[in-house]
Ligand binder design. Structure first.
Ligand code: BG6
Length: 537
C-alpha cells in the first residue's frame, strides 16, 4: 500500500510513494474532500490525453483525497479491469513508459470503475447511481460527485437531462440525516468547450443545464483561464500599484492579443470543419484574455466578484455591424507551405477536411469597448494554425511621448517608438517592457531594449497544468476560473455578427495564406487602417 499523508487538520490524502511522499502544496482551504469523479467520454481523446494524466499528477502531488474514485461512463462494453488498462496506457503515454507501475498510480487505479450505458438510457444512469452509492459506502466518498462531460458537445444536453431525471444532481445520502432529513454531499458538473456553437445554441444549452442543476453546481471550462500566466494577469494588474494608473485610454494606444500555433488541425479535421478559428479560439480563449486585460478591479478575489467584472467588460463590447464586418474581422485558410523547416500540406488536404472547405484557420477581429476606461482603444485579437511560431501573448502598446526632445536623433520613421508591455503566456512565460535607451557614445542614439522577467528563471517551476488546476478547483468548489452562464452568452454575442456575416457568404472572403506566414495580408490592412502594425513575436 502507498503511504497516506496526514496533514495537520487530520485530513487524509492519497499519497505519493513511501518516504518520497510529497508534502501537499495546498492550503487547508484548498484540500479537497473525498469524492467520485465520473468521466463521460472516458474512451475519448480528452480523457486520455489530459484528464487521466492530470488526475495522476494530482495524486503524485499528494492532493487527491483518500477515497477519491474515478468512474468511467460510456457506451462501449468494457470491464473495470479494461478501464484500468486504458487509464494506465494514458498515464504511460503522457509521462513515459513504466510510470503506471509506480505505487501512486497503482493506488489511484485501484479505485477506477466503469459503468456501461447509452447516454440516453435511463437504466445506465440507474446503474451509475448504484455504483456511486456503493462508493459512498466502501470508499466513503461522502455523497460527493463530479460529473465531467468530456464527450462530443452534441451529447451534453442529453447527459445533463438524464442526470437530472435520475436525481443525480443531488448528492448521495450518507451518514446522519440533517434537520431536513437529508445528509447529502455536493454535486458538480463540468462542461467542456465548445459551450454551444452560437448564441442561440448556448442559450438553449444553458436552459437545459438550469433545468437540472443550480448555477453554483456548474463548471464551464475554458482551459486558458487556468494557465498560470493567465491568472498572473490579475496578480500583475491588481497586486502592483504602478500599472493601474496608466491602464486606460489616456496612456494605452491599442492592445494586441495573439494566439499563434505552428500545428495544423492534426486529426481533428471533422471537429474543426464545424468550428473554425473564430469559434475554436477567439470566442472563448482570446475573448477571455481580453476581459482579463480590460476588467475593472473586482471587489474581492472570489468567483462572483471576478466574474461580475468580466461580464461587465463583455456587456460593454460594441456590437460589430454585420454589414461592415470586413472592417472589423478577417479570416484566412492556410495552403501548403513550410513551418519549422518542414513542408506541410494545405488545410484542404488535411484528413477529414472537405476539398472545397471554406472553414477559416486564421481569424483576426477588432473589438472596441464602450466604457470610460477603454473608449477609443482598439483590442485586436488574432489566432491561426500553421503560423511561423507557437506563441500566445498580450501586447499593450502605450501612447508615444507627446513631444520629441531629441530632434537631431536619427530614428527610423522620425518618431520615437511606443513602449510596449508584453505579457507572454506561452511558451516562455513572462513579461517584457520595451523601452528606449541611449546607445553609449558621444551622440544621442536610441535603441529599444527590453526589461525582461521570465517565469522559468525567476520563480519556481509551475506546479500544476491547466487541467490539474481546474480539476482541483472543481473538487474544492471554487468557480472563479470557470465561466458563468451570462459570460458564455455574452462571449457568443460579441462574435455573433462576424459569424452571421461569414455564414451569409461562406465561400467569399476567406483569404488564403501560406503555411508558415503570419496570415493573410488583409489582417495587416485591418490594423493598418488604424495606423498600426501587428507585432511579429
Ligand atoms: C483548444 C483548441 O481549445 O486550444 C485547439 O480547440 C487549440 O484547436 C488549443 O490548439 C490550444 O491550447 P493551448 O493550451 O495549446 O494553447
Amino acid at each position: 500500500m502507498d503511504q497516506i499523508g496526514y496533514d495537520e487538520s487530520g485530513a487524509t490524502l492519497l499519497g505519493a510513494s513511501g518516504a518520497a511522499a510529497l508534502e501537499s502544496p495546498l492550503s487547508l482551504a484548498h484540500r479537497p474532500e473525498p469524492c467520485a469523479v465520473v468521466l463521460f467520454g472516458v474512451t475519448g481523446d480528452l480523457a486520455s490525453r489530459k484528464l487521466v494524466p492530470a488526475l495522476y499528477d494530482l495524486a503524485c502531488h499528494n492532493v487527491l483525497p483518500r477515497g477519491f474514485s474515478l468512474v468511467g461512463y460510456g457506451r462501449k462494453p468494457m470491464s473495470g479491469q479494461e478501464m484500468r488498462v486504458l487509464s494506465r496506457d494514458a498515464i504511460d503515454s503522457f509521462f513515459g513508459t513504466g510510470t503506471a507501475e509506480t505505487r501512486t498510480c497503482n493506488d489511484m487505479l485501484n479505485d477506477v470503475h466503469y459503468v456501461q450505458g447509452q447516454f440516453d438510457d435511463p437504466a445506465g444512469y440507474e446503474r451509475l447511481a448504484d455504483t456511486l452509492a456503493e462508493l459512498d459506502r466502501t470508499k466513503r466518498t461522502g455523497g460527493n460527485r463530479i460529473f465531467y462531460l468530456a464527450t462530443p458537445p452534441s451529447l451534453f444536453p442529453v447527459i445533463i437531462a438524464r442526470l437530472g431525471a435520475a436525481g443525480l444532481q443531488r448528492g448521495g445520502v450518507v451518514g446522519t440525516p440533517d434537520e431536513h432529513g437529508e445528509n447529502r454531499g455536493w454535486v458538480r458538473v463540468v462542461i467542456e468547450k465548445p459551450f454551444g456553437s452560437d448564441l442561440d445554441s448556448a442559450r438553449a444549452l444553458n436552459a437545459v443545464v438550469r433545468s437540472a442543476f443550480d448555477e453554483r453546481q456548474v463548471y464551464r471550462i475554458d482551459h486558458y483561464l487556468a494557465k498560470e500566466t493567465v491568472q498572473n494577469i490579475l496578480v500583475f494588474r491588481f497586486a502592483n500599484g504602478i500599472f493601474e494608473p496608466i491602464w486606460n485610454r489616456r496612456y494605452i494606444d491599442f492592445v494586441q492579443i495573439t494566439a499563434a500555433e505552428t500545428l495544423g488541425v492534426e486529426h481533428r479535421g471533422a471537429y474543426y470543419e464545424e468550428a473554425g478559428a473564430l469559434r475554436d479560439m477567439i470566442q472563448n480563449h482570446l475573448v477571455q484574455l481580453m476581459t482579463m486585460t480590460a476588467m475593472e478591479p473586482p471587489v474581492a478575489f472570489d468567483a462572483d466578484a471576478v466574474r461580475d467584472e468580466k461580464a461587465k467588460v463583455l456587456h460593454a463590447v460594441r456590437p460589430i455591424p454585420v454589414e461592415r464586418v470586413e472592417q472589423f474581422a478577417v479570416r484566412g485558410q492556410y495552403v501548403e507551405g513550410t513551418v519549422g523547416g518542414q513542408v506541410v500540406p494545405g488545410y484542404r488536404q488535411e484528413e477529414r477536411v472537405a476539398p472545397d472547405s471554406s472553414t477559416e484557420t486564421f481569424a483576426a477581429v477588432k473589438f472596441l469597448i464602450d466604457n470610460w476606461r477603454w473608449q477609443g482603444v482598439p483590442f485586436y485579437l488574432r489566432t491561426g494554425k500553421r503560423l511561423p511560431r507557437h506563441v500566445t501573448e498580450i501586447a499593450i502598446t502605450f501612447k508615444r511621448p507627446p513631444y520629441l526632445l531629441f530632434r537631431e536623433v536619427d530614428i527610423p520613421g522620425g518618431r520615437v517608438p511606443a513602449n510596449d508591455l508584453i505579457m507572454r503566456l506561452q511558451p516562455e512565460e513572462g513579461l517584457a517592457l520595451n523601452i528606449e535607451a541611449k546607445i553609449p557614445g558621444p551622440a544621442i542614439r536610441l535603441q529599444p531594449v527590453a526589461l525582461n522577467f521570465s517565469y522559468g528563471t525567476a520563480l519556481e517551476e509551475l506546479p500544476f497544468s491547466a487541467y490539474e488546476t481546474l480539476l482541483l478547483d472543481c473538487m474544492v468548489g471554487d468557480q472563479t476560473l470557470f465561466n458563468r452562464d451570462d459570460q458564455v452568452e455574452e462571449a457568443w454575442r460579441v462574435v455573433s455578427p462576424v459569424l452571421e456575416a461569414w455564414r451569409n457568404v461562406p465561400d467569399r472572403g476567406v483569404m488564403v495564406y501560406e503555411a508558415g506566414t503570419w496570415g493573410p495580408e488583409a489582417a495587416d490592412t485591418l490594423v493598418a487602417n488604424d495606423g498600426h502594425v501587428w507585432r511579429r513575436p
